[in-house]
Ligand binder design. Structure first.
Ligand code: F6P
Length: 555
């Protein structure tokens, strides 16, 4: 496989980046049409990417790169059910889960659309029973609390969306999420639950994940010890999975299982049965609105030419910043408190997808792939890590995301939030040079020697690349469109880098080693066995842990 970095567009982009080194991004706004030329809108999402160090020539080169990587062909291959996840021999069809255009999707020649529709209907019917208070617990009272037990894609998507859609929560219903194998996570949540009114959702694509199965078993034991019995487990436990055998082994009957399929990646699964917690907390109709929002972005993604294609443009700007401007980290900065789990969600979506060093043909990549993602809601991040973004030694690119209207307005809070959203991208781009700082200090009548001492510390280099992503307000539709936009961006970047964005072998080794170490952890007050076959550091740490545990008192 010829690496994309050997291609003409890649080389030309590298040369263009050199030429633009001495050009200030702010100066490019001498072209009055720049902001509108470098903006694009689709499915209720408006993207302004004009604050990146990009000019029309760069954009043409990036579009040439997309052509060279055959983005259009890759999109077609994905939606036609080709097994583009080659290392797991799987199709990648999460868009089929939210198709409302009556399209058909095929896996191994078999139409999967009908199965998708049926499962969507089963979920909606279940959610409507919950909403109508007709899901009853063992004592006859309606279930009002759901506890989603899952991790990674079986936790982050539902949790992020439930938080994002807080204004749509059904009154009197609440949801909790348990992911960590740290027993404190489950215990803390159980302490808030009434077993007679709680529904446990065991969410796991594989139904083998250690954390989830451990939490599920403990939740079941707690239920049995606190009023429930084997007969009433069925009223209080449902499973969301692809693994019917493991679900049955756990003791959950087929009618309490909602299925999805191996062509839905874990981190792309919130649109499937894995979204059950969302459907229960905001209602089936709002869950459908979320899916419809994603579908609108899908329609745009599959139909729009690449130069008018929002996810493609976002991907290309990201490639430019990552590979030609040198931004190895990318911040996700939602100016909406309800999107506070979006950075964590996108961390998995992006870093588990594109955190790869090997190309599809098995050779090593010669260029940077997925950036390090991090983020916090604005304005909180401003008082934490923005310092480094403004004045640190590394260039960090960022997506600033905001709704123009608040879902729950309060006094002038939203105006202040928006002012900060707008000011930060401007500050990151224009910076403040030494001369301007000196002038400012002179105006404040600082003595000359102090100005000399202080001024360098107040200089902002500027030229820090940002995207501004604006929506009218955060609704199920705009949330769906936003997430679909990011999914497609990640896919396009993976295509250009020539990697498989849909496997996750990098999480396996740690899991295997944890299984090897587990039997070596001493019981409280128990015996310490000698540790061998580990590196010196790990062996010593195990010994230290075991010494502490063996000397501790049992309760
Ligand atoms: O972290 C690895 C991973 O396989 C993720 O891709 C996945 O979302 C998560 O574990 C949970 O897996 P499961 O849904 O099978 O429990």
């Amino acid at each position: 496989m010829v690496s994309i970095i050997e291609s003409g567009p890649w080389r030309d982009l590298a040369a263009r980046a050199e030429e633009l080194k001495t050009v200030r991004t702010a100066s490019l706004f001498a072209d009055e049409g720049r902001a509108s030329a470098f903006s694009i809108e689709a499915a209720g999402v408006f993207l302004d990417y004009s604050k990146n160090k990009i000019d029309p020539e760069t954009m043409e080169l990036l579009l040439g790169l997309a052509d060279k990587a055959d983005i259009c062909g890759a999109i077609k291959r994905m939606i036609s059910g080709d097994k583009i996840n080659v290392t797991e021999n799987r199709s990648v069809l999460h868009i089929a889960l939210r198709d409302y255009a009556a399209r058909t999707y095929h896996v191994d020649g078999e139409d999967v659309s009908q199965a998708v529709r049926l499962e969507r209907e089963r979920m909606a019917a279940f959610a409507k029973r919950f909403e109508a208070d007709s899901l009853l617990g063992y004592g006859g009272a309606p279930i009002d609390t759901i506890v989603n037990i899952g991790i990674g894609g079986s936790d982050l998507g539902p949790l992020m969306a439930v938080e994002a859609l807080r204004p749509y929560w059904l009154p009197g219903k609440r949801s909790r999420f348990v992911s960590n194998v740290d027993g404190q996570h489950l215990s803390d949540i159980l302490a808030e639950c009434d077993p007679a009114r709680t529904l446990f959702i065991i969410a796991s694509k594989t139904f083998t994940t250690q954390e989830t199965m451990t939490n599920a078993a403990s939740a079941r034991a707690w239920f049995l010890e606190n009023g429930g019995d084997e007969e009433t487990v069925a009223q209080h436990f449902i499973a969301l999975s692809t693994n019917e055998i493991a679900v049955a082994d756990f003791g959950i009957a087929p009618e309490n299982m909602f299925v999805f399929w191996d062509w839905v990646g874990g981190r792309y699964s919130m649109w499937s049965a894995i979204g059950m917690a969302i459907a229960l907390q905001v209602g089936a109709d709002n869950f459908e609105r979320l899916l419809r929002g994603a579908h609108a972005m899908d329609e745009h993604f599959r139909e729009a030419p690449i130069r008018e294609n929002l996810p493609v443009i976002l991907a290309l700007v990201g490639i430019w910043n990552r590979n030609f401007i040198g931004a190895a980290a990318h911040a996700i900065l939602p100016y909406d408190q309800h999107l506070h789990r979006l950075p964590a969600y996108l961390q998995q979506a992006d870093m588990e997808s594109n955190g790869k060093s090997v190309l599809l043909d098995g050779s090593r990549t010669q260029t940077g792939t997925g950036p390090i993602l991090f983020g916090e809601p604005g304005t909180n991040g401003q008082h934490a890590f923005y310092q480094l973004m403004h004045q640190g030694t590394d260039t960090i690119s960022a997506d600033f995301i905001a709704p123009a209207l608040s879902a729950t307005p309060l006094a002038d809070h939203h105006e202040k939030l928006l002012a900060n959203f707008l000011a930060q991208t401007e500050a990151l781009m224009i910076g403040r040079d030494f001369k301007a700082v000196c002038k400012e200090l002179e105006a404040l009548e600082y003595p000359a020697d102090q100005i000399e001492q202080i001024a360098p510390h107040r200089v902002f280099d500027g030229d820090r690349p940002t995207n501004s992503i604006l929506i009218e307000r955060l609704t199920p539709e705009t949330l769906g469109a936003l997430i679909a936009m990011y999914e497609h961006k990640i896919f396009c970047q993976g295509v250009i880098w020539g990697i498989n964005s849909f496997d996750q072998w990098g999480v396996e080794l740690g899991k295997t080693l944890a299984k090897r170490i587990l039997p070596k952890i001493a019981n409280i007050g128990g015996e310490v066995l000698p540790i061998s076959d580990h590196d010196g550091s790990t062996a010593r740490l195990i010994n230290r842990v075991n010494t502490i545990r063996s000397q501790a008192e049992t309760d």
